[in-house]
Design a binder for this molecule. Sequence first.
Ligand SMILES: *[C@@H]1O[C@H](CO)[C@@H](O)[C@H](O)[C@H]1NC(C)=O
Ligand SMILES: *[C@@H]1O[C@H](CO)[C@@H](O)[C@H](O)[C@H]1NC(C)=O
Ligand SMILES: *[C@@H]1O[C@H](CO)[C@@H](O)[C@H](O)[C@H]1NC(C)=O
Ligand SMILES: *[C@@H]1O[C@H](CO)[C@@H](O)[C@H](O)[C@H]1NC(C)=O
Ligand SMILES: *[C@@H]1O[C@H](CO)[C@@H](O)[C@H](O)[C@H]1NC(C)=O
Length: 425
Amino acid sequence: MFTSSDCTIGINFFWISLFAVSLHLLTTHNISFSKIRIKSLNDSNLNYLICADGILEKNVEFRGKYVVLKNYIIAKRQFKCLESVTLSVPGDYRFLDNIVPLVERWRGPISVALYAPGYDFYSTLQSIAYLRHCFKTSSLVKEYVTFHIFFDSDHMPQMHDEPLLNIYQDEFDCVQKPPWETIKDEEMYKQRTQLFYPINVARNVAKLNAQTHFVFPSDIELYPTRHFISKFFNFTQRHPEYFRRESRNVFVFPLFEIEEGHDIPANKTELQEMLKNNTAFWFHHKVCRKCHAVPESDLWIEEKETVGLKIFTSAKRQHNQKIWEPFFLCTQKEPLWDERLNWEGQGNKMCQAYYLCMLDYNFLVFDNAFLIHKPGIKKKKVQNIKYKDELKKNNQILRDISTELSKIYGNNSNCLIHNVYHIKE
Ligand SMILES: *[C@@H]1O[C@H](CO)[C@@H](O)[C@H](O)[C@H]1NC(C)=O
Ligand SMILES: *[C@@H]1O[C@H](CO)[C@@H](O)[C@H](O)[C@H]1NC(C)=O
Ligand SMILES: *[C@@H]1O[C@H](CO)[C@@H](O)[C@H](O)[C@H]1NC(C)=O
Ligand SMILES: *[C@@H]1O[C@H](CO)[C@@H](O)[C@H](O)[C@H]1NC(C)=O
Ligand SMILES: *[C@@H]1O[C@H](CO)[C@@H](O)[C@H](O)[C@H]1NC(C)=O
């Protein structure tokens, strides 16, 4: 069941915990444990990496107060752990139309975790069926995208004829509109029962259930550059020094926003033209430029596009980059997001960047790969009075995280955790 070759020393904490979790499921829920092979890649240039190939299998996980239906709908194509990079994204069914441009650009495995309490579960299943059948690119969705669905254990969907695990019907009458066009926000179960969106649970579920060692945890509305995966593996061959097991490196995609009504730039050269004529900008340039601009950002923009991929610069999340919240490619060994933080209270992504600062990570910035947010520009800070209590709660949790990590790793005054969205009294 568990064949381990000559490299047991190499099993890092992640795999040990995966093993433990799977065993737990095996004993308590009688779910079969997928065969995991530990392999060494000593014979290739990636000779520092050890990872486990796994099979995507539908099963159930209890994660705090949430029930997770992992791999509820599984992509046709499966990958070995060093064969590709998984794009992992959190969300709910209202954002699923974004999967179309994502899969069309990424052309590799995508792991999506969807929050679906109560009857939102059924809207979610219908949205997935629409996505898998009613778009020109639906075959790509079927090929690459795996969906995980989760809900609060005290807001479970009502059961109809079939158990929840088997109720999904993979069909849709495409004459009908998808639920995300017909259901108003205020009609959603989540809104009616005033539940908060546990975005970090979604981020963690999407990342942890990726089949590959390399994962790119992103957001559902951020569109990556094309042909990235092959360029990245070419890069790993040329730079094995970044991929030693003890290395602390993550790989940053610079992030931009563009004016509504414009096409996503096809490559860096087009992006440069759009930056010059003011149709593209650093993400949130009016709200919090420093949260997203890379170090030496003007130079990044100036530098000409080249064919392959290389590192533009390496930085710590300190000094000028102290409040940086970049999106980056990482591996299964990097820390997750703190599940105490919700979406409404904001600051939920920062806990991880702060954690990496405490661990003295290098943030290596790609020169020719980047992200573009779905067209449309955020003009000013949202002062969401509605969620004032949640803002306060998240702020307190962020302070707690800082104290806890300082106790564990020691004080580091170079690392900053703070909620950039202040509360107006
Ligand atoms: C792995 O590769 C290194 C460097 O090429 C070599 O020194 C070492 O003996 C190899 N280990 C095994 C177990 O093959
Ligand atoms: C960028 O994309 C445009 C439009 O597809 C194309 O004409 C141009 O040759 C590309 N430039 C580079 C450097 O790849
Ligand atoms: C800006 O540049 C882009 C890319 O070359 C082009 O498609 C667009 O039409 C330009 N917009 C304006 C307002 O000049
Ligand atoms: C990597 O890409 C470069 C161009 O950037 C190319 O010359 C080289 O052959 C590629 N190497 C591999 C192993 O694909
Ligand atoms: C770390 O910082 C806290 C708060 O500033 C302080 O109370 C504590 O003594 C410091 N610990 C060490 C080991 O310097």
